[in-house]
Design a binder for this molecule. Structure first.
Ligand code: AMP
Length: 559
């Protein structure tokens, strides 16, 4: 197929806002492509010279690109600048300068039209050029390509080279188009795309082998997969209810999630965001090579930073490991890490994601060698679960993960198969000492409250929240606060310390914001405690004790 058809499709997409119409047009286009054209065409429409998993890159800078365009157009570069100012689009600006040239020379009309496959082949040649003088040679090839293109085609070649299509047609819509083009349910296309990591490859298989081929697609080692995510549990009770009375609890370690791919002695490590961090964790690479008993595997685990006594250190310390690319050995010595494995997605050609959690865990144990798995307890007892949570927190970990025994691994999805259960710090009874008017809907209400703990015979602020109360309660409390107002500072109303509220929070942090030096993180009002007088509110000493209890479990070191 001619490259022109792809370009005209992209031009139309740019002008259409209706998703359904866009999807139909692209589906129709995909159907008309032949087998070899499917992957290159889809990659290009998504602004890629090559598929996502392909390590090849063009390595053409804007400096090189603009040099070629200047030479080809011979035009006054002001035209480019004006067009760029007007459209904000480099591709369109290149088109504008080349159109000026086209008016002078008509040579493109005599050339054979470019095809999609020819454009791909030239991209391949450009990517292959390496070593001395490569810049000049890349430049010449690019010039050949652009000199054969019409100005409109050049617009899109430039967009692909710089990787910015701006047609509004992203990967998700492409999945819908492929589903429609080849009559395969969208869910199946999405799953396949998640497994192989690129919709262009799924489309190729759909064209070649149909639905059966797509259903047979599998993971590929060294292509990262989106991680399964967890839902925040409101309580252990909720977990037992959702998981049918029995669940697998695991320590929730406060580190960094890693996805480990290995095949035939090679190891790659990916972060939660799927970037390659292999070079930051050389000792983990060696550990995997030495311990894992499989030829091929995709594993998941958490790396945590530990101190000399093996106690977990706060998360920030671990993050330093990922920033220090140049002094890895040094950083490895200062910040030792420990790996705990918790899942396996693939072993020796076998896709494990539909295998129930308990079996995956057994298989993981079989191949893990001496690498520890996250500590686990399967239980149906609430008191045992509470005890396990306390144990995890006392050992310095974040809390627990609760995993449904028969659950599959669902990449990229946050669902209730996995719950995270964090320790609940005891709620505090605090006094409202000031309040601010809200915004928007709440602009007439005192809806943002300063919360204070008792400090001798005064009150000291440790937090502020607008969360937790219903509209009725806010209206009611506004009335009450107005009656006890003693002063105003801008938007803030200072009140007599009369109203006690029970406040939940996630953490107590040090903070220069308040005189107390401490601040509640994610504070929310649980209820108004009219049954309590301000004299019964919690003291700043209690707050300090809770603050310090957080550190008893975690190693506190200064690096
Ligand atoms: P969150 O990031 O708060 O959504 O919690 C989920 C994260 O907890 C995962 O992405 C992992 O990095 C981490 N995690 C720690 N321990 C475990 C475990 N045993 N199983 C699964 N995830 C864990």
């Amino acid at each position: 197929m001619e490259f022109k058809s792809l370009v005209e499709l992209c031009e139309s997409l740019e002008k259409i806002a209706k998703r359904n119409v866009m999807i139909d047009m692209v589906a129709d286009f995909c159907r008309r492509l032949n087998e070899e054209e499917v992957e290159p065409a889809i990659s290009m429409m998504l602004g890629r010279a090559f598929p996502k998993y392909d390590p090849r890159t063009l390595d053409v800078s804007w400096a090189t690109l603009s040099k070629v365009v200047k030479r080809l157009s011979g035009a006054d570069w002001e035209i480019f600048h004006t067009a760029f100012r007007n459209t904000g689009d480099i591709g369109a600006a290149v088109q504008a300068v080349l159109e000026k040239r086209a008016m002078r020379r008509q040579s493109t009309l005599l050339e054979k039209p470019l095809t999609i496959l020819e454009v791909r082949r030239i991209f391949e040649h450009i990517a292959e050029i390496k070593g001395q003088g490569s810049k000049d040679r890349k430049e010449r090839l690019l010039e050949t390509l652009l000199s054969r293109a019409t100005p409109l085609e050049a617009k899109y070649i430039v967009k692909i080279v710089i990787g910015e299509m701006r047609t509004g047609f992203q990967e998700g819509l492409m999945e819908a188009a492929v589903s429609r083009a080849f009559s395969i349910p969208l869910k199946e296309v999405q799953t396949a795309s998640m497994l192989v990591g690129d919709i262009s490859e799924v489309a190729y298989i759909a064209k070649r082998l149909g639905r059966g081929g797509v259903l047979n697609l599998n993971f590929k080692v060294f292509r990262p997969i989106k991680p399964m995510l967890a839902y925040m549990a409101s309580s252990l009770n909720e977990v037992f209810e959702e998981h049918g009375g029995k669940t697998a609890l695991e320590y929730k370690l406060d580190g960094a999630r890693i996805q480990i791919h290995m095949a035939d002695g090679d190891v790659k490590i990916f972060s939660r965001r799927l970037t390659d961090i292999t070079r930051s964790l050389p000792e983990i690479v060696n550990l995997i090579k030495g311990e894992i008993k499989a030829r091929e595997a995709i594993l998941e685990g958490e790396v945590i930073a530990v101190n000399d006594e093996g106690k977990p250190m706060p998360f920030q310390h671990l993050m330093r490991r990922f920033k220090r690319i140049h002094e890895i050995d040094n950083a490895a010595r200062i910040i030792p890490v420990e790996l705990h494995l918790f899942d396996v997605l693939y072993i020796n050609g076998e896709n494990m994601i539909r295998v129930p959690y308990v079996e995956r865990r057994d298989r993981l144990r079989e191949i893990a060698g001496n690498i520890p798995l996250t500590k686990q307890k399967i239980t149906s007892s609430l008191s045992e679960a509470e005890e396990f949570l306390r144990e995890a927190v006392n050992e310095g970990h974040e809390g627990l993960m609760a995993k449904r025994l028969d659950s599959p691994y669902t990449p990229g999805i946050r669902g209730k198969h996995w719950f995270k259960v964090k320790e609940v710090l005891p709620p505090l009874d605090l006094v409202i000492v000031a309040a601010e008017y809200g915004y928007g809907r709440r602009h007439n209400w005192l809806s943002d409250y300063y919360l204070a703990a008792r400090d001798g015979d005064r009150f000291t602020v440790i937090g502020k929240t607008f969360k937790g109360l219903t509209d009725d309660e806010i209206a009611d409390i506004t009335e009450r606060l107005r009656k006890i107002a003693i002063g105003e500072e801008g938007n803030r109303v200072i009140v007599l310390p009369k109203i006690v509220v029970e406040v939940a929070y996630n953490e107590i942090q040090t903070s220069p914001k308040y005189e107390s030096g401490m601040a509640l993180r994610f504070a929310r009002i649980v209820r108004i405690r009219d049954d309590k007088s301000p004299e019964e509110a919690d003291t700043i000493d209690t707050v300090r004790k809770i603050y310090e209890s957080q550190f008893k479990r975690k190693a506190k070191i200064d690096l």
